[in-house]
Design a protein around this ligand. Structure first.
Ligand code: ZN
Ligand code: ZN
Length: 155
């Protein structure tokens, strides 16, 4: 594979993962089968680990599988790289900027990053399975729009 193609695959995988993660968050984690793990993240987010982290473990296993598959089919390796890059971005934005789970303080800079953090706080405005808005992790809609939707869902 050329470096050109490899970079394109990595980029496409990161974007694809955001769409995939959005869908999993909305349709699996907030569904009756997925809520058992995800609930911990909406109710008590204190201890160092949450049951919800098991989702991240699942994605790491998938990435490891892609790296192994990549030994015989190179594109799989770069999809695995995309997944890992997404994992790092998720850990930085979600666990670091939004939930401050890192052992040091992470300062939120930039207009877009602030919007992303605010959008995820709005996601956490609901503690139950239903009625939540804003399921993405790297892309967030306009905060005013999200607030309006949250209100209409709670009415
Ligand atoms: Zn959630
Ligand atoms: Zn969260």
């Amino acid at each position: 594979m050329s470096w050109y193609a490899a970079t394109a695959v990595v980029f496409a995988s990161v974007i694809g993962m955001e769409i995939f993660a959005w869908a999993i968050h909305k349709y699996v984690m907030h569904s009756k089968w997925g809520w058992g793990w995800h609930e911990s993240h909406h109710t008590d987010t204190h201890g160092p680990f949450e049951r919800n982290d098991l989702y991240a473990v699942c994605f790491s296993v998938i990435a490891a599988g892609l790296f192994i598959w990549g030994m015989s089919w190179p594109p799989a390796f770069f999809i695995g790289v995309g997944l890992s890059v997404y994992g790092l971005l998720y850990a930085f934005v979600h666990d670091g900027l939004v939930h401050q789970r890192w052992p040091f303080f992470v300062k939120v800079r930039g207009k877009y990053m602030k919007r992303l953090v605010q959008a995820h706080r709005i996601h956490h405005a609901t503690h139950g399975r239903d009625g939540a808005v804003s399921f993405g992790f790297l892309y967030a809609e306009d905060v005013r729009k999200l607030k309006a939707r949250l209100k209409s869902k709670q009415a």
